[in-house]
Design a binder for this molecule. Sequence first.
Ligand code: RIB
Length: 302
Amino acid sequence: MMKKAVVIGSLNLDYSIALPRMPVPGETLAADSLTLNPGGKGANQAYALGKLGCKTSMIGAVGQDGAGETLIQNLQKAGVDCSGIFRRETPTGQAFITVDAAGENAIIILHGANFTLNPADIEEKRALIEEADCVVMQLEIPMETVLAAAKMAKGCGKTVILDPAPAPGPLPEELLKLCDFLKPNETELSQLTGMPTGSRAECEAAAQTLLQKGVGTVLVSLGGKGALAVTRKGSVLMPPPKVPVVDTTSAGDCFTAAFTAHWEGALEPALRYANAAAAIAVSRRGAQASIPSPDEVDTFLL
Ligand code: RIB
């Protein structure tokens, strides 16, 4: 188990709208419900790491508003050290999420304070990186900040885990070289490589191009088909547990955090644990609200 993690990334207030189906352009549709939840890919991963028992700090930025306060308080409930979270004049990030009856979602984000996080902020919080075993990042903060943080983390000898979501197209090769683990879903893998990812063989071929550019291991989350780990030595496909899907929001975040928390050098056990944690998350509504406790994951795995 990773002893200490630092997550560098986004915090959003999620406006989650449950709908019978996704609207089409030009259509007006009645929702079933609206819920406000703590979210943001970075905060979801920090919350999950903390809840799953990893000593966790978060570096990020929120506004000087009630949403920022709520997000910090929720992370603290999972034991996350929030001393690395800056309070800015820019409002807290927001996400507008539609979830259909099949649990699939579509997300629109308003970056807000997340995009004020800059390389100087990372330098200011260097001590949090120096104290950690691993640094976990996503792409809802500026790319130059992600790159600066990855360079600092590698320079300090830390394990770098990047969840490349939302995928902007190809990533800078300079960044790929710094990633011990890169965790795209199959759509993001296709966006990162420009290659098809419809089958295991296609995912492996696409992942290989990232390994050639210096990534250590590519972890592809495949939703209902499980997870595929691709290394220079070969690949491992871990099928998922079957669960009723209620809301897939943050399942990828939960997967990344659970894999990180349980990484001890062997792929299979960490993938199995991450699949179980993500399966529980998709069976519940919300982002951080859906993250399981270690006891729940252990019981699920029995
Ligand atoms: O990965 C899910 C998250 O994406 C949501 O919580 C939302 O805030 C967006 O960042």
